[in-house]
Design a protein around this ligand. Structure first.
Ligand code: SF4
Length: 372
């Protein structure tokens, strides 16, 4: 049974300003929050009020379900043409350097513990690997696991390989789809504001290029996710600008499945001097994202980035998806100092974590169909 939506309680919170009460009224009535109102949510939003509003939106969209998926990652390489200052993963900053061969990748796909519904492939932007290499990789993976949903290549990787091939996004994405690309992960969005983007990751694809890869993919029937790297140099206005650009694409295409806020971690990168934001700020980020992105079906807490306990707490701040079992196959956040150095959770552990938050666990496929 769905829990009751507590709308009265929001207005009883003494610390809520009149402006915030007016915005809360809009959210309760299911009306869209403007850019200016989104900034007010961040600047004046009491965490209790934001949490209640976000939880209400979550309940309307997804009921009491909290989703997870059995999945594994493959990170083909960390050799990168770019030098993002927040990155702890690429060969520029990490103490390791790797480039898996196609044969090594296929061996990973064949491992019995990886007999799960979804494979997530992302890595660095390798200077010598191109569109046809990555297309061929998809073909070879599908040849051994035709039922595997392949969510592959961030828009930054795709932008690089398509430009290198001299093709348009339509041509390049059609080719990747024909090779077996099922969906696109949300990475590489970082922060869209051009000033901050230039400062922290000026070499990588522009915001416009990232957005165009996703919008084109949606038009071709390839769904995707979206992310935002928060908690570094950006201000609240720049966060809302990022959410607004995503909301506009989603209005046109409806192709995004989930939004995933990604917390800046400060271990072993060029921005290590910056402190990490507090847990309160993390929850605020989740809550405002849930309220603002009224056309996104799902809000995901990527537990290898925030840790499993914070991921559990996030389920009461608008989150309805905890991503996957991962099977200790990603290093992106462990190299940046995340609590889980070897991220792996069994499906049973994911169910327990979700039940601790008084939600109903729902194992999903990559398109959010419940499968267990
Ligand atoms: S964040 Fe990605 S694109 Fe940037 S340096 Fe790291 S691996 Fe390369």
């Amino acid at each position: 049974m769905m829990e009751e939506i507590d709308t009265v309680g929001i207005f009883e919170l003494a610390e809520v300003s009149d402006d915030l009460k007016r915005i809360a009224g809009k959210v309760i009535r299911g009306e869209r929050v403007t850019v200016e109102e989104g900034i007010v949510l961040f600047t004046e939003g009491d965490l209790g009020c934001l949490g209640k509003l976000a939880d209400m939106v979550r309940l309307r969209k997804n009921g009491d379900r909290a989703y997870f998926i059995r999945n594994f990652h493959i990170e083909p390489t960390n050799i990168c043409v770019n030098k993002c200052k927040f990155c702890s993963y690429s060969h520029h900053f990490s103490k390791t350097k790797w480039e898996l061969s196609v044969e090594e990748i296929i061996d990973k796909v064949k491992e019995p513990e990886n007999a799960v519904p979804e494979l997530h492939i992302t890595g660095a932007v390798h200077p010598d690997r191109d569109l046809y290499y990555y297309g061929d990789l998809l073909v070879k993976i599908k040849a051994v696991r035709h039922d595997l949903h392949i969510k592959a290549y961030s828009a930054v990787e795709i932008d690089y390989m398509i430009k290198k091939a001299g093709l348009s996004n339509v041509e390049g994405l059609k080719y990747l789809k024909s090779c077996g690309l099922d969906s696109i992960p949300g990475g590489g969005a970082e922060i869209f504001d051009e000033t901050i983007r230039k400062e922290i990751c000026g070499m990588k694809s522009t915001s416009a290029a990232w957005l165009d890869v996703h919008e084109t993919a949606h038009q071709l029937g390839i769904p995707s996710n979206a992310t935002m790297l928060y908690g570094h140099k950006e201000n609240y206005s720049q966060r809302i600008d990022h959410l607004e650009r995503l909301r506009q694409v989603q209005d046109r295409t409806g192709g995004f499945n989930a939004f995933i806020p990604l917390k800046f971690r400060n271990t072993n990168n060029e921005m290590s001097a910056l402190p990490e934001v507090s847990v309160t700020e993390d929850m605020k980020m989740y809550a405002v994202a849930r309220i603002y992105l009224d056309n996104f079906p799902h809000l995901k807490a990527y537990w290898p980035a925030v840790g499993r306990q914070l991921a559990r707490v996030s389920l009461t701040f608008g989150v309805d998806d905890l991503d996957g079992t991962i099977n200790d196959t990603t290093r992106i956040y462990s190299l940046a100092g995340a609590e889980d150095q070897n991220p792996v959770m069994t499906a049973s552990q994911m169910r327990d974590l979700i039940r601790e938050a008084k939600r109903v666990p729902a194992e999903r496929d990559s398109l959010y169909n419940v499968i267990g």
